[in-house]
Design a protein around this ligand. Structure first.
Ligand code: PGA
Length: 250
């Protein structure tokens, strides 16, 4: 049985006060989340604070990105070692905003994934197609290519201690969710692609859906056979809403 996971991606939002309030709200309600692993990914500068706030709760803190290098002359970057050093074990890799706004290629994402794995951080690898790619019926080709870059670099075994999040780019922050059937179709494709290389890894892999998930659509999305939870952007900034989504992941 795969354990569901719901991860909140706060993106570049919040300040000390709003984050304190959000965490207070999450801590007050998280014990009523029965099954899902609950993760929050604050902006880097708040990660150590949030790690401290998670102490003694079942909420885990993650980072939104990492550098593919260990240390040195990389101004503005944050290494995986540093992320681990402040008590964080999870990191998003290849979020579509990193790919589209900051030009991270499939290969750059694969390098970051490999670095996270090497350091013992659990990467949440984000994949997903643009609207234009879906309209051209190349969703599986695009998602397959994004996965292949990682598998070719790190090997299929590397997926054993990782999470994959399918996030159709056209559904992120747009209020347009993939229908449960559309999402399930791509999740099934991802799982079967991985199963063709290693059935055991495919079976145990937590596959999250992301893109305008709200409490109102979470239950239906998460009830699909290959959807094991969600990666939540906007709705993770509201404690009540995020907890309701976490509870829907069973
Ligand atoms: P959204 O973002 O839930 O606001 O669509 C999802 C994400 O970017 O991970």
């Amino acid at each position: 049985m795969r354990k569901p996971m719901v991860a909140g991606n706060w993106k570049m939002n919040g300040n000390l006060e709003s984050i304190r309030q959000l965490m207070d709200g999450l801590k007050a309600g998280v014990d009523s989340v029965e099954s899902a692993e609950v993760v929050v990914c604050p902006p880097f500068i708040y990660v150590p604070k949030v790690v401290g706030m998670c102490d003694g709760t079942k909420i885990q803190a993650g980072a939104q990105n990492l550098c593919d290098q260990n240390s040195g002359a990389f101004t503005g970057e944050v290494s995986g070692e540093m992320i681990k050093d402040v008590g964080c074990q999870i990191v998003l890799v290849g979020h579509s905003e990193r790919r589209s706004i900051y030009g991270e290629t499939d290969e750059a994402v694969a390098d970051k994934f490999a670095k996270a794995q090497e350091l013992g951080l659990k990467p949440i690898l984000c994949v997903g197609e643009l609207l234009e790619e879906r309209e051209n019926n190349i969703t599986e080709e695009v998602v397959g290519r994004q996965l292949d870059a990682v598998i070719n670099k790190s090997g299929i075994q590397a997926l054993a201690n990782s999470v994959v999040a399918y996030e159709p780019v056209w559904a992120i922050g747009t209020g347009k969710t993939a229908s449960p059937e559309q999402a399930q179709e791509v999740h099934a494709f991802i799982r079967s692609k991985i199963a063709s290389l290693d059935a055991g890894i495919a079976d145990g892999l937590q596959l999250l859906y992301g893109g305008s998930v709200k409490s109102g659509n979470a239950t239906e999305l998460f009830s699909q056979a290959d959807i094991d939870g969600g990666l939540i952007g906007g709705a993770s900034l509201d404690a009540t809403e995020f907890l309701a989504i976490c509870k829907a992941a069973k």
